[in-house]
Each structure stands twice: as C-alpha cells, then as structure tokens.
Ligand binder design. Sequence first.
Ligand SMILES: C[S@@+](CC[C@H](N)C(=O)[O-])C[C@H]1O[C@@H](n2cnc3c(N)ncnc32)[C@H](O)[C@@H]1O
Length: 435
Amino acid sequence: MSSATKPSYETVDFKALAQQDEAFNTIWQQHSGRLDFQDPDTTKTLTKALLKVDFSLQLEVPDDRLCPPVPNRWNYVCWIHTLLDSTNPSYSSHYDPERQVIGLDIGTGASAIYTMLCLKSRPAWTMCATDVDKKSFESAARNLTINNLITRAKLLQTIDSQPLIPLQYLGVDKLDFTICNPPFFADEMDMRQSLSGEGKSVRPNAVCTGSENEMVCRGGDLGFVTRIVDESLTLRERVTWYTSMFGKMSSAKAIIGLLKEKSVTNWAVGSIDVGGGTKRWIVAWSFADYRPPNSIARIEKFANEYLPFPTEYRFSLPANTDTNAAKHTIDRQARRLHIRWNWDSQSATGVGEAAENVWSRAYRRKHERRMRELAATDARDAEMHTILEDMEVALAFRIAVAENTREVIIEWLRGSDQVLWESFCGMVHRSFKKS
Ligand SMILES: C[S@@+](CC[C@H](N)C(=O)[O-])C[C@H]1O[C@@H](n2cnc3c(N)ncnc32)[C@H](O)[C@@H]1O
C-alpha cells in the first residue's frame, strides 16, 4: 500500500512489523513479543521500523531529542488530509492529486515527522518547517535530505520572539494549513509530574525522549496555541486552516472557548487515540467559509458547547414517497430557485450555491417586482444570467438521496451564516412534508 492511501492507524500489528524489519524483529524476539515502551531503544526502533515499512522513510534522531510515535503523528496528518480534501472550491470530497497545497509545520523537531509524512503522502504538496532549537533544526534538515524531500521543503530556524507563523521570513504569501505539536508543559515540574504519571490512574505508556526545551514553553500547549490564535486574528485568511494538537483536553477546550470569544465560527475538533492510554486532541479553525463534514469536525463524547454547528442535516422520506420521486422533487425544486445548481442523476446528488435566501417569500416578492419592471424590455433573461454569473456565494450545499436508508442528506459546504443554512434545510424538509 502506498503512503498516499495508507489509512489511519487503529492499532499496530507488531508481529507483522517484526517480519518486515530486521532491527525491530531482534527486539521483538529478545522481549518474547512483550515490548518495553519505557525503553528508549525499543521506542526508537519501533518508530524507525514503522517509518521504513509503512512510508519508505529513513529516520535519524539524536538520542537527546524527541523520537515521535508514528501512529498518532500519522493519524493527525490523515485528519488534515480529510480537512483539506473536504473544504475546497470544487466541493469535491475526494483527494485531488493535482491540488497544490502549502503547509507549515510549527516546531518541526529533530525528526521533521509531520513535514516528512505530509510530503511523502501528498506528492503535489510543499511544506515550510520551523524550529527554534539548533540541534533539532539541523537534524530535521538531515532527515529531509536523506529522504530526498529537501527540495520540496522550506526550513527556517526562528527565535522565540519571532511569530510562530513567520510568513514574511518564509517568503510565503499564503498557506493552506499549519500543523503543530506544541511543547505540552508549562515548566519542568509539570513535565516531570506528567511523564511519571503523577496524579493519573495509569502511567504513560511510552517513554518520552524529548529534552526540556522541546517539551516546555511558557503556558504549555495552551500558552503556545494561544499565540497561534493571536497571530491568526491578524493573518486571518492568509492561512486557510490553523491547526494544533493538544496534550490536555482542558487546553483544547480553552482554545475553543477563546475562538468563540473572538467570534470565530468555523472550527473543527478531532481526537487521536491509538490505544495505550494516550489520547490527544486536535483543533482547527478558519476565517474562510468552507465547512468540513461532521465526521471530522465533531467528536463524540465532547460537550456540545465545544463543538462547531453541525454541517449535516438528514431526514427520512415519508413512507408514501418513492426514492425516485424524491430525487425528481429535489432536482425540480432546485431548478426553480435562483441558484447555481448541478444535479448528477447517476449518484442522485446535487450541489448548489445561493447568494442569499432565494427561497424566502420576501425574495420572491422582490424578484417578481423586479421582473414586472423589466417586463417591457428584453433584459429579464440577461439580468438573471448576470445575477448567477457574478454572485457572491453565501451558501453552498450538497443534497443526496440515499436509497438504502431512504433518507435525504444535506451537507453544508460553504457559508458563514448559520441561520441561512438552517433555513435552507427547513425549506427542503418542509417540501417533503407537503408532498
Ligand atoms: C513537542 S516538540 C514537537 C516536535 C515534532 N513536531 C513532533 O511532533 O514530534 C515541540 C517543538 O517545538 C519547538 N519550538 C518551541 N518553541 C518554538 C517556537 N517559538 N517556534 C518554533 N518552534 C518552537 C521545539 O524546539 C520542539 O522541537
């Protein structure tokens, strides 16, 4: 399987890995199949083996620098793939291999893990990567070089007083996303307590080889990502998706609270759990209006106040409505509205774009008045054409009729007006209640 199509990890099949990597096999045999994750050699050998077998990547990391666990890093990258693939001007939810994407890995570390995984899995992408630590920075450059990825990467060694998103110094005008695993701890004590499992019911599963300057910063993960939020309030749409991982759920929640306070309405929250008792959270936010699907933007078992507004609305067809008739109804009704509309009868799916609430009575009245005024001229068709050509999109949506579940599924693809989206769903649903 190529790394472009490798799914997220649910677990790691150590036995299968041992059969494919000699160094890992030696450790596996030595420990009779019971790995000691507190042993730095074991975790390093595992990381190297996974990168080699699953991604054809080589890794060299100094002993006193963080050797990242691959599963949670890859699962975060997969989440970014879905986030970007589902939010784009073509409204396709699929990976477009031609799409040129540029990302920034903030604090790339000695491994340059995110930069390498992004570049390896997406051949049309380029990456920028920063770090303040000289030793990590040099090691990151080395890893990119030995994997022949350096020509698609722009590395910048920064200092802590510089912005975390230094567009100016990178010579980049816009970014599609940022990815970040911030230093999680606020001070050395916080780090020691957390890594020794103090105050937790279970000890952390794996040893952390990270040095203090990699793992500690003012305010911990919350302090670091608050800086990213502050910068994003100035940069706004110059970065399409700002994202970060969090070591503590409380930090992820605090960042969402801050985003809401700053009137950011488009965000996504995900979690990463590859077993072993270590759970991570990811938050993404955007000042653009492309809306990601619920499947990646809303996680279960998270209080509703921290979740973005749902971007999917589904309802069951009335018992007396045949699915073919439902498809016909949707297409016919959409054609009557002043929207851009594209219906694919094969998949029974339509995508539409509206400039405003064109299904409201007020709009219909306004439009009828305008048409009467133009009745005496030949300008009616031309005016309608111009409206649709030049319109600013306030709402984009996809509607599909699912044969198997007999449901109509509406997805919010674009727009920042929640009321408009809800009104649209209500209108579609009501039209089926009537029929
Ligand atoms: C927890 S490590 C993450 C390393 C790697 N990305 C990973 O996931 O394994 C955090 C990294 O952020 C770097 N860092 C700390 N402050 C920074 C800053 N102001 N700008 C850029 N990087 C910074 C640290 O040197 C360290 O390499």
